[in-house]
Ligand binder design. Structure first.
Ligand code: UD1
Length: 318
C-alpha cells in the first residue's frame, strides 16, 4: 500500500509512520516542521520505502502531485493546542480548516481510496453527558474544538457529496513517546519534563477535571483498524475508556517515578478548558473490534521506559 501521512514529523504522525513502515507499507511523510521535528523520523529515514517532504498542507498543487496513486491519506497535520488556539484563533482555523479542505480536494481529484482524519474529543465541549458518545450533540468551547468539529463535518460532507471515503477518529488526550515538552504540549509530557528537572508539578484549576488519557500505541491501533475496515462517512471515538482526575494523575506519575518529594501546585484554570472528558468506545468496538490494550498506568510505564532509554535520564520507574 502507498500511504501519505500528513504531520509525519509530529508526535502521533511519526508513531503512525513507523508502524506503517514496519508493516511493509510505502509511506510518504509530509510536514512543514512548524511543530514536527525531523529527529522523530530518524527510524523512518532508514527505510527505502519512506519519502519525506518538508511542505505545507495548504499548498494544493503540492498535494495534487504527491497524492497520485495513493491508497490512504492519514491527515495528522494540525494546529494542536487548545490554549494556543485561544491566543491565535485565525491561525488555528487556517491550518486546521483550510488545511483539511485542501487535503480533501486533492484526495478527491487524485482518486485517493481513503482519507482518515485525526479529530478530537474537544468537539464535545462541556456537555454534562458522560461518557461522550458519537451521536450526542457537540458544543466545543475553544477555537480549537470548533475548528476540529468543522474539519470532521467537511470530511463527512466530502463523502456524502463527492463519494470520497473519509473517516474521522476523535482522539482522547493522546500521550506517549515523542510528545513534546513545551508550554503548548500535552500535560503528561510537560510533567515528565518538570519532574526530570526536579520541578513541582503545576495543575491549572482545582485538579478535579478529568481526562481519558490514551496511550499512543492504542491510537495507532485504531488508525490501522480504520485502514482495514471500510466505514466511510463515519466519526469514531478512540479512547482508553477510563478517565482519571488531574490530581490523581499527578500523584500516580510522582509515585511511578519515586519523585514523591515534589509537590503539586495549583494555578488559575485555563480558559477554553473543558471539565471532564471520557470516551465511549462501544462504536469503535462494534465497527472495528477496537479495545484499548494499555491502561493509563501501563502506558505511563511504557512511555517512561522509552524516555529513560532515549534521553539516558536518571529515573527509576517503580
Ligand atoms: C488535548 C490535546 C488536543 C486534543 C485533546 C483531545 C495537546 C497539547 N492537546 O487537549 O490536541 O485534541 O487533548 O484529545 O496534546 N494542565 C495542567 N498543567 C499543565 C498542563 C495542562 O494542569 O502543566 C491541564 C489543563 O489545564 C487541562 C488538562 O491538563 O485541564 C489537559 O490539558 P492538555 O494536556 O493540554 O490537553 P487538552 O487541552 O485536553
Amino acid at each position: 500500500m502507498k500511504i501519505v501521512v500528513t504531520g509525519a514529523a509530529g508526535f502521533i504522525g511519526s508513531n503512525l509512520t513507523d508502524k506503517l513502515l514496519e508493516l511493509g507499507a510505502e509511506v510518504i511523510g509530509i510536514d512543514n516542521l512548524f511543530n514536527g521535528r525531523l529527529v522523530n523520523l530518524e527510524d523512518a529515514m532508514k527505510y527505502k520505502t519512506f519519502t519525506f517532504h518538508k511542505s505545507d498542507i495548504r499548498d494544493l498543487n503540492f498535494l495534487l502531485d504527491v497524492f497520485k496513486d495513493v491508497d490512504i491519506v492519514y491527515h495528522e497535520a494540525a494546529f494542536t493546542s487548545v490554549p494556543q488556539s485561544v491566543k491565535m484563533p485565525e491561525n488555528c482555523n487556517d491550518v486546521n480548516v483550510n488545511g483539511i479542505i485542501n487535503v480533501l480536494n486533492a484526495a478527491r481529484r487524485t482518486d485517493v481510496k481513503k482519507v482518515v482524519f485525526a479529530s478530537s474529543s474537544s468537539v464535545y465541549g462541556d456537555t454534562p453527558t458522560l461518557p461522550k458518545h458519537e451521536e450526542m450533540s457537540r458544543w466545543p468551547i475553544s477555537p480549537y474544538g470548533v475548528a476540529k468539529l468543522a474539519c470532521e463535518q467537511y470530511a463527512k460532507v466530502w463523502h456524502h457529496v463527492y463519494g470520497l471515503n473519509t473517516t474521522s477518529i476523535r482522539y482522547f488526550n493522546v500521550f506517549g513517546p515523542r510528545q513534546r515538552d513545551s508550554p503548548y504540549s500535552g500535560v503528561i509530557a510537560i510533567w515528565i519534563g518538570r519532574l526530570i528537572r526536579n520541578e513541582d508539578l503545576i495543575i491549572f484549576g482545582d485538579g478535579e477535571q478529568s481526562r481519558d488519557f490514551t496511550y499512543v500505541k492504542d491510537v495507532i491501533q485504531g488508525n490501522l483498524l480504520v485502514a482495514e475496515h471500510d466505514i466511510p462517512g463515519e466519526i469514531i471515538n478512540i479512547a482508553c475508556g477510563n478517565p482519571i482526575k488531574l490530581t490523581d494523575l499527578a500523584k500516580l506519575i510522582l509515585k511511578l517515578t519515586g519523585k514523591e518529594n515534589l509537590s503539586i501546585q495549583y494555578a488559575d484554570p485555563r480558559p477554553g478548558d473543558i471539565k471532564h472528558s471520557f470516551g465511549d468506545i462501544s462504536k469503535a468496538n462494534k465497527l472495528l473490534g477496537f479495545e484499548a490494550k494499555y491502561t493509563q498506568e501501563e502506558g505511563l510505564r511504557d512511555y517512561l521506559k522509552w524516555y529513560v532509554k532515549k534521553y539516558n535520564v536518571n529515573l527509576k520507574i517503580n
